[in-house]
Write a protein that binds this ligand. Structure first.
Ligand code: CA
Length: 228
């Protein structure tokens, strides 16, 4: 369990982040401006800061430099800009890692766990490794295997598998899974999730008619469970 400060001015994104991080077992505080973030970082013990680069009061790079002036807390920058120059300048200004929006909760969790492990705080490495029957999932490395075979999964397929594997035996609604994997707000068609489920199922070597791990719960969603 780690104390995480979310710095994000968009209330929808902020609420989604707080929800996802709380769900992962972190103690989460959220602010909407760089000034509030600096005040928080200067006064409380934090394990991690997630910093949006597009804040209303200060440029992200400037905010990061000022944050570094008051704290050595690990910082993950969340950026909507994929441009290499902005990534490089934020890393130079003292960010430990960055993540490009939009990102899934699982992707963020993997980055957080990897960073906290590197910096020696927070969650243990075992939280990154999931096992279900012959299925192994390494959240930090984003690797999955079934028996002796590595699974070649797309980003979405991995996120979907990881989210279900973290909640084994539980029926997860389509809506919850879409929000976890595609983010919120999700713009698209519900068929997308069924298509990804069928691709994932094929890679797991099973069919909807004869599922082993991935079960469709008609009219509700999906469930991942060990066979037998
Ligand atoms: Ca923003």
């Amino acid at each position: 369990m780690s104390k995480v400060l979310v710095v994000e001015d968009d209330p929808v994104v902020q609420a989604a982040l707080v929800h996802a991080l709380t769900d992962l077992g972190h103690v989460v505080q959220a602010v909407g401006t760089a000034v509030a973030a600096l005040r928080e970082a200067g006064t409380s013990e934090l394990d991690l800061v997630i910093l949006d680069l597009g804040l209303p009061d200060l440029d992200g790079v400037a905010a990061l430099r000022m944050l570094r002036g008051v704290s050595n807390v690990p910082v993950i920058v969340a950026t909507a800009r994929g441009a290499e120059s902005s990534v490089v300048s934020t890393l130079n200004a003292g960010a430990d890692d960055y993540i490009v929006k939009p990102f899934s909760a699982e992707h963020l969790a993997a980055r957080i766990n990897a960073l906290l492990r590197r910096t020696g705080t927070g969650t243990t490495a075992s939280a990154d490794l999931l096992a279900l029957g012959d299925l192994r999932i390494d959240l930090a490395q984003r690797l999955a295997s079934l028996g002796e075979s590595a699974l070649a999964l797309s980003r979405r397929e991995f996120d979907m598998l990881a989210y279900l594997a973290q909640r084994p035996g539980r029926v997860i609604s389509r809506r919850e899974l879409i929000q976890a994997v595609w983010g919120n707000p999700y713009v698209g068609d519900d068929k997308t999730i069924d298509v990804h489920a069928s691709w994932l199922r094929r890679k797991l070597g099973e069919t909807a008619a004869h599922p082993r791990y991935l079960h469709t719960v008609r009219g509700v969603g999906f469930k991942l469970a060990a066979p037998g």
